[in-house]
Design a protein around this ligand. Structure first.
Ligand SMILES: *[C@@H]1O[C@H](CO)[C@@H](O)[C@H](O)[C@H]1NC(C)=O
Ligand SMILES: *[C@@H]1O[C@H](CO)[C@@H](O)[C@H](O)[C@H]1NC(C)=O
Length: 362
């Protein structure tokens, strides 16, 4: 209602209109969110997301270079409980002083054509797409100002992988852009130091994790911020302050949706839609919007060369998962893992590509 039409109605209805005017003003000021869960959780979910039903998740990063076991390869090789398969693979195939960072040089992406990706996602009927901008390895898929020499512009691709997908999707389709971001990083020494200080210091979150989140929102204006970040307290991450900014003042405040992984104990409880656990599929109606983030490769989110065809869900399994999910009020976010070259394997393409896939079921 414009001021003019309000005036017209006003002269007609006097006191009642004054009441409408004040209640509108009141609701405008009370729409400001404060950094506490009660306020943040009261924000209505933008309608496009519930209507969307189906999205594509893309797990892509330096882990796509070894492309072995899963996107957790670095952790399996060097983490606290190394897996013999990962250790053996490195011993047998790489020189002794090879580091994980050395994989980045082979993250070539020479066949990455974001226009082709956008058309494929569009043909699948997906209404949104969510790209890993930074997984637990810490490598940023955009030229981050706070990830010196561990980003897709300074090493490996020499490209802004996030920006290119954002442009392609926006110029060719109506698909909403979503960005996945891992708050935590497995081996970042600054985070480890904060952890050793029992999170009384916040050097990692202040200088790395949060600047990244603000940067990707301001630069790429995503409609989904898909956070991953459980192993530290919410107050350490400053997630509530970030969400209040996102909902009140960010360039996407009216359209953005968020998930529920904002620190310890938030899953299935706080934030926007609930993801609860990977491949969450509760099998009954939920009273809060939720998402089934699932994979075509049953064992991995990232591309892995050791997958067999039986490791992939069949088209029948994917369709029944989709029906179970949306009939219980969820959205399905179906994951694919591109190769380090920037190609999407034929088996994954065929699931997405035939254009008569999931939307015809709606
Ligand atoms: C996207 O999909 C819609 C609906 O299937 C179709 O009409 C449109 O031509 C597609 N756009 C591109 C760029 O493929
Ligand atoms: C760490 O912090 C938590 C809560 O902030 C507290 O309960 C715990 O005792 C602390 N642990 C140490 C070792 O300081």
């Amino acid at each position: 209602m414009t001021i003019n039409s309000l005036g017209l109605v006003c002269s007609a209805c006097g006191l009642l209109c004054l009441f409408v005017f004040f209640s509108q003003t009141f609701s405008l000021t009370s729409a400001k969110y404060t950094p506490d869960w009660k306020s943040l959780d009261s924000r209505p979910l933008p309608a496009w997301y519930d209507e969307g039903k189906f999205g594509i998740f893309i797990h892509w990063g330096v882990f796509s270079v070894p492309s072995y076991i899963s996107e957790w390869f670095w952790w399996y090789w060097r983490g606290t409980k190394p897996r013999p398969t990962a250790v053996k693979f490195m011993l047998e195939n790489y020189r002794p002083d090879f580091t994980y960072a050395d994989f980045a040089a082979d993250f070539t992406t020479e066949f990455y054509n974001p226009d082709v990706w956008a058309d494929l996602f569009n043909a699948s009927g997906a209404r949104y797409v969510v790209l890993t901008t930074k997984h637990h390895e810490g490598f940023t898929m955009w030229p981050s100002s706070v990830s010196f020499n561990w980003n897709s512009k300074d090493c490996g691709p020499n490209r802004d992988l996030v920006g290119e997908l954002a442009s392609a999707v926006r110029s060719r389709t109506d698909i909403h852009l979503g960005l996945y971001h891992s708050l935590f990083e497995w081996f970042n020494p600054v985070l480890r130091q904060d952890e050793e200080n029992n999170f009384t210091t916040k050097n990692f979150v202040t200088n790395k994790a949060m600047p990244e989140l603000y940067e990707i929102v301001n630069t790429y204006k995503p409609d989904v911020v898909w956070s991953d970040g459980d192993p530290a307290p919410v107050d350490y991450w400053g997630s509530k302050e970030f969400l209040a900014w996102l909902y009140n003042d960010s360039p996407v405040k009216d359209t953005v949706v968020t998930n529920d992984r904002w620190g310890e104990g938030t899953g299935c409880k706080h934030g926007g839609f609930f993801t609860c656990a990977d491949r969450y599929n509760p099998g009954k109606l939920q009273n809060h919007k939720w998402e089934n983030a699932m994979t075509i490769d049953k064992q991995s989110w990232g591309y892995r060369r050791d997958a067999n065809i039986k490791d992939y869900l069949s088209i029948e399994e994917i369709i029944s998962t989709f029906i179970e999910t949306i009939s219980c009020g969820g959205n399905m976010l179906m994951n694919i893992g591109p190769t380090k070259d920037g190609t999407i394997e034929p088996v994954l393409r065929s699931v997405c590509a035939d254009g008569t896939f999931l939307p015809t079921l709606l």
